[in-house]
Design a protein around this ligand. Structure first.
Ligand SMILES: [Zn+2]
Ligand SMILES: [Zn+2]
Length: 326
């Protein structure tokens, strides 16, 4: 009897990791889009509604959730009266590097963004720039092959997050959205926390179905669906392993590997805001400089760390002529 119950409770836990914790809070497409819009100055209900083309009831629900989890705070509107607006808290503001890494990913891989390119301009150096993830110590761009992982002081098990969104939304990013978004159509697959968790498992070294399942504890049907989705989107390939005896495994494509900065910034955000008092569940080391990895997002022109107050959008076809750097 005791064995049955401990087995049952074990099945409701997952290996603690900050990416899963972050995704349990904000890992759905609308929360991601709303946070990104907040960095572009959106503060009012109607500005979100029209800006990102979100339905009123969904917007109300997500605003409540973002306030409850501490990313936004409700304040009286500047002009007084009974109107309210929403401001990013320090926790919400700290999501900015992740939003920039979404932008970068879309800029490199989204068809829609290639057709309608925009550019980010850094006021610090007046340059059209590509936000880039580097190690805070040696300033080298972070490559997944140059990072080692070990259990941190907060390692352990987390309760499995409740399956709030059990089915992947099939709503496409609304063409009626009026805002040129920081986070673009990569939300079609990133705006689902199971998909991101599966991706994160690959960066932690999983390749085989059983390994991914052990890392994520996602039910078999959800996992099969997400692996199929990531393969269809060109993030994963299915291949025969070189091991003996050979078996089928999945591997990240160049596009899939390019999601690494998103996962790393999410992990840092989770470590910063959602870790237990013991500390982060996982500690990363940057092999080139042998220091603990602290990933920061910088302007690739001047190397300064990026702050939303100093970054603006420019719609310009000229952005096409500038190759993204790594
Ligand atoms: Zn380094
Ligand atoms: Zn700059």
């Amino acid at each position: 009897m005791a064995t049955t119950s401990s087995r049952a409770s074990a099945s409701r836990t997952i290996p603690a990791n900050s990416v899963s914790r972050a995704l349990a809070l904000i890992g759905d497409r609308w929360s991601l889009l709303m946070l990104a819009a907040a960095f572009q100055g959106v503060r009012r209900f109607d500005d979100w509604r029209l800006g990102i083309g979100i339905a009123t009831n969904v917007l109300t629900d997500r605003l409540n959730r973002l306030v409850d989890c501490g990313c936004l705070v409700r304040v009286p509107a500047a002009e007084g009266g009974r109107r309210q607006e929403y401001r990013l808290t320090p926790m919400g503001s700290a999501f900015y590097p992740t939003a920039l890494m979404f932008w970068r990913f879309d800029r490199r891989w989204s068809r829609r963004r290639r057709l309608q390119p925009g550019a980010l301009v850094h006021a610090g150096c007046s340059a059209t720039m590509m936000p880039t993830l580097v190690c805070a110590h040696c300033r080298k761009p972070v490559d997944p092959h140059e990072v080692a992982y070990r259990e941190g002081p907060g390692a352990g098990q987390d309760r499995m997050p409740p399956p709030k969104v059990s089915r992947r939304s099939t709503v496409q990013l609304d063409d009626g959205a009026q805002l040129e978004m920081l986070v673009g159509d990569s939300v079609d697959y990133f705006g689902d926390r199971w998909t991101q968790q599966v991706l994160a498992a690959f960066f932690l070294g999983a390749h085989r179905y059983e390994e991914i399942r052990a890392q994520t504890r996602i039910s078999t049907n959800l996992l099969a669906e997400r692996l199929k989705l990531l393969t269809e989107h060109g993030m994963l390939v299915r291949r025969q392993s070189r091991a003996q005896p050979p078996h089928m495994e999945y591997a990240l494509t160049p596009k899939g590997k390019d999601a690494y900065p998103i996962i790393l910034t999410l992990m840092k955000w989770g470590d910063q805001w959602l870790a237990t008092p013991a500390g982060p569940p996982l500690v990363l080391r940057h092999l080139p400089c042998r220091r603990r990895l602290d990933p920061v997002v910088v302007c690739d022109c001047c190397g300064d760390e990026l702050d939303p107050r100093h970054v603006s959008f420019r719609r310009t076809p000229a952005a096409l002529t500038r190759a993204p750097s790594r």
